[in-house]
Design a protein around this ligand. Structure first.
Ligand code: FAD
Ligand code: NAD
Length: 464
């Protein structure tokens, strides 16, 4: 025990940031506790985020493939029948197994789980439920929750957030998704595949803010082809619920006449905000920035000695893998090692069909920094994608025109989320497009499209 504190490290929040930080701290020989107010460990990601959404995406993808003729095209004729209870059952089972797995890892690594809500008493003292504990180091990993839309009440019946949208007891007739970001497109896809008419209302002129411009446009086309309707440049100014129906009021974002739209399910997915309510940050001498986030330095230190912060509660993309890597790094820094996260290379993946993935700079951002060369390769010309009847999408490699160093890689491909790992690793090692082009890729794989896009940077792809 360090300097008469109860713990060397107390982590607040057991999401992918917090539980990973706690396990790594314990692995490094530090006496560690983790406070979590949920009944199960794993945070947003395992309980109501990444994992349950992927369980529904995976299952609904099978249903869609059977229903939309994709399986028949390959000689497998089936008429699917939806057993939504069973689909939800396998989602709950995945969550149960994975959250239970973290509990096992806590026991294995001797991390103490303090059950209850944590609030600071001072910079080294925290009240968790009825218990007060002290720690030499405290890591805030409290994550984020849904950003509410002013004037729109989430009743988890007709008007739902992502948590409610994962659990709908029946397929809606018409689901309106407010926000064409990652959650809206993933969960909108789930219910579209299972038979709902889905309309996505997005404030901006294009879906998926933050993604490469060409990728945003092409994805929009693909989702439209799949049957999702879009109202871009439009904001929702009100939702009125009467009985089992909602009436939305929509207005052009740049002004003009409003219109109304009926729905039997409305998903509010306009972003997430950091969780700091009830933490009594002021007692630790901390405050949040104008976006409600806790500011940190390069090493994840807040402005108060011994208090650190990671994950969705700090600036940066709200992604589980970013939180996890920060969890490892913060624990290593606390232990006196050098924990580093390269925030320039955090991949983003949207787990729709096809998947949409990217790492590094968009073409627009790269061009702002200097001259670039861009190589593109369509999935239609990739032998594996073509054989698998997955013609949609492309890979795009953006390289510095002078040094050839790869600045960004984007792909729309059925397994884009898996493909982007090699691009991230290559970029982590400072690869040029030539390095990727001259790396042998197994055939036939979707990843060959990355090699060909890299070859296209110098105008020499083989298969187009
Ligand atoms: P969280 O996972 O939010 O965990 C924080 C934990 O802290 C929570 O369990 C909370 O109960 C606890 N807590 C908060 N305050 C206190 C307190 N005062 N005392 C005690 N405990 C407290 N990201 C991806 O990378 N890939 C995906 O596919 C993906 N899919 C998503 C799908 C959905 C529907 C949603 C909502 C999110 C998704 N995300 C995804 C985002 C991802 O879930 C978050 O980025 C990630 O969970 C952040 O991790 P975290 O540890 O910072 O916080
Ligand atoms: P988001 O920021 O991805 O998208 C929100 C969208 O809503 C934006 O396009 C925004 O322009 C739009 N919007 C905002 N106000 C609006 C309004 N009044 N009317 C219409 N549109 C409006 O947020 P999200 O989809 O809610 O996701 C939240 C977070 O969760 C994201 O940061 C994301 O990284 C994370 N997440 C990640 C994954 C993944 O990695 N696959 C999956 C789900 C969620």
């Amino acid at each position: 025990m360090a300097d008469n504190y109860d713990y060397d490290v107390l982590v607040i929040g057991a999401g992918p940031g917090g539980y990973v930080a706690a396990i790594r701290a314990a692995q490094l020989g530090l006496k560690t506790a983790c406070a979590e107010s949920r009944e199960t460990l794993g945070g947003t990601c395992l309980n109501v985020g990444c994992i349950p959404s992927k369980a529904m995406l995976h299952a609904s993808e099978y249903f869609d493939a059977a229903a939309n003729g994709a399986m028949a095209k390959m000689g497998v004729k089936v008429t699917p029948e939806l057993d939504l209870d069973a689909m939800h059952g396998q989602r709950k089972d995945a969550v149960k197994q994975l959250t239970g797995g973290i509990e096992y890892l806590f026991k294995k690594n001797k991390v103490t789980w303090l059950k209850g809500r944590a609030a600071f008493e001072d910079a080294h003292k925290v009240k968790v439920g009825d218990e007060t504990v002290t720690a030499k180091n405290i890591v805030i990993a409290t994550g984020s929750s849904v950003t509410p839309l002013p004037g729109v009440e989430i009743d988890q019946r007709i008007v739902v957030d992502s948590t409610g949208a994962l659990e709908l007891a029946k397929v809606p007739e018409h689901m309106v998704v407010i926000g064409g970001g990652v959650i809206g497109l993933e969960l909108g896809s789930v219910w579209r595949r299972l038979g709902a008419k889905v309309t996505c209302v997005e404030f901006l002129d294009q879906i998926l803010p933050g993604f490469d411009g060409e990728v945003r446009k092409e994805s929009n086309k693909i989702f439209k082809k799949q049957g999702i309707e879009f109202k871009l440049g439009t904001k929702v100014t009100g939702v009125e619920v009467k009985g089992d129906k909602a009436t939305l009021t929509l207005e052009p974002a740049k002004g003009g006449d409003s219109e109304t739209m009926e729905a039997d399910c409305v998903l509010v997915s306009i972003g997430r905000r950091p969780n700091t309510d009830g933490l009594a940050l002021d007692k630790a001498g901390l405050k949040t920035n104008e976006r409600g986030q806790i500011e940190i330095d390069h090493d994840f230190r807040t402005g108060v000695d011994g208090v650190w912060a990671i994950g969705d509660v700090v600036p940066g993309p709200m992604l589980a893998h970013k939180a996890e890597d920060e969890g490892i790094a913060v624990a290593e820094n606390i232990a006196g090692q050098t924990g580093i996260v390269n925030h320039e290379l955090i991949p983003s993946v949207v787990y729709t069909w096809p998947e949409i993935a990217g790492v590094g700079l968009t073409e627009e951002a790269a061009k702002e920094k200097g001259e670039v060369k861009v190589g593109k390769f369509p999935m239609l010309a990739n032998s594996r994608a073509k054989t698998n009847h997955e013609p949609d999408g492309f890979v795009k490699v953006i390289a510095d025109a002078k040094t050839d160093r790869v600045l960004g890689v984007w792909c729309i491909a059925s397994v884009g989320g898996t493909m982007i790992a090699q691009a991230t690793q290559a970029m982590e090692f400072g690869a040029t497009s030539e390095d990727i082009a001259y790396t042998c890729h197994a055939h036939p794989t979707h990843s060959e499209a990355i090699k060909e896009a890299a070859m296209a940077v110098t105008g020499k792809p083989i298969h187009i």
